[in-house]
Design a protein around this ligand. Structure first.
Ligand code: HEM
Length: 247
């Protein structure tokens, strides 16, 4: 006689060795319930400074799509055809926007001391993303295959030798630079950005310095999640994290 298997949910680890239960519990527990795609945010998120994080994400998406098209099209295509030149320009200008937004985002969060509470790792992943992006932009300039690229690569070669990295990283080796620029660094950036966004969803956005008690626990779980009609209220006048607005 066969018996029907009992449905299992998070926390129901009746089979302790089951890796599927562990993976499922891990995924479900990544962010608090309702925080994966929230439709309500604290009132202070109305400020413009909170826009630059998502603007950075949008620019990164354009950078990756245009970079992927360039990589498929190849050198002759992006140098000669008008469509190739256009996509090349889109890649360059989306990179400029990406850096512009990211720098404003970083400085904005720096002046808000965004590492307060439990947000230290969120801040660290943002800084790592910035440093990895610098390396990606540098390798991008060395693979444009023009005189500028040669100049930059040969200047940088001396720098690499001076800091003892020349044996591993040969900036004049086009194949190595293409692999690092098109594959390795973008994968690392996407992984760090994914971790950054998950941490933001898990712990919530950082409140302005004067909006809360500095000793308060800043995690989403501790913030009131009720809705309020006071969408225009400003955080400093309302006090702490009181109220939430539809995003
Ligand atoms: C954060 C991510 C990235 C940054 C900061 C970045 C930055 C750059 C920069 C500054 C250039 C030189 C542009 C020029 O002077 O015209 C470049 C070129 C290039 N990038 Fe990227 N890139 C990124 C991601 C990617 C990805 C994901 C791919 C492919 C999958 C890619 C493929 C290329 C190719 C093929 C070139 C050479 C074409 C050219 O001359 O512009 N990039 N990149």
């Amino acid at each position: 006689m066969t018996t029907r298997a009992e449905p299992r949910g998070p926390g129901n680890t009746s089979e302790p060795g089951s890796w599927t239960v562990k993976v499922r519990d891990g995924i479900v527990g990544l962010v608090p319930e309702g925080q994966a795609l929230p439709d309500r945010q604290p009132v202070y998120v109305h400020s413009w400074i909170y826009v630059f994080g998502v603007a950075t994400l949008a620019a990164l998406a354009v950078v990756i799509v245009t970079g992927g098209i360039l990589a498929i099209g190849g050198v002759a295509w992006w140098h000669v055809s008008s469509l190739g030149l256009f996509v090349n320009s889109l890649h360059l200008w989306s990179v400029e926007l990406f850096f512009g937004f990211m720098v404003i985002h970083l400085w904005g969060k720096f002046w808000m001391a965004a590492w307060r509470g439990k947000l230290g790792l969120t801040w660290a992943t943002c800084v790592i993303c910035f440093l990895a992006s610098l390396a990606t932009a540098f390798t991008g300039y060395t693979i444009t295959t023009n005189f500028n690229a040669q100049w930059i690569a040969f200047e940088a070669k001396d720098v690499m030798n001076a800091v003892a990295l020349g044996s591993w990283i040969n900036v004049t080796n086009l194949g190595q630079m293409v692999l690092i620029h098109v594959c390795m660094l973008p994968l690392a950036i996407v992984a760090v950005v994914a971790m950054h966004v998950l941490l933001v969803r898990k712990h919530g956005v950082v409140p302005p310095i004067d909006a809360i008690d500095p000793e308060a626990d800043l995690t989403v779980a501790s913030a009131p999640s009720h809705s309020s009609d006071s969408g225009s209220a400003d955080a400093s006048s309302t006090g702490a994290t009181s109220g939430a607005v539809s995003s």
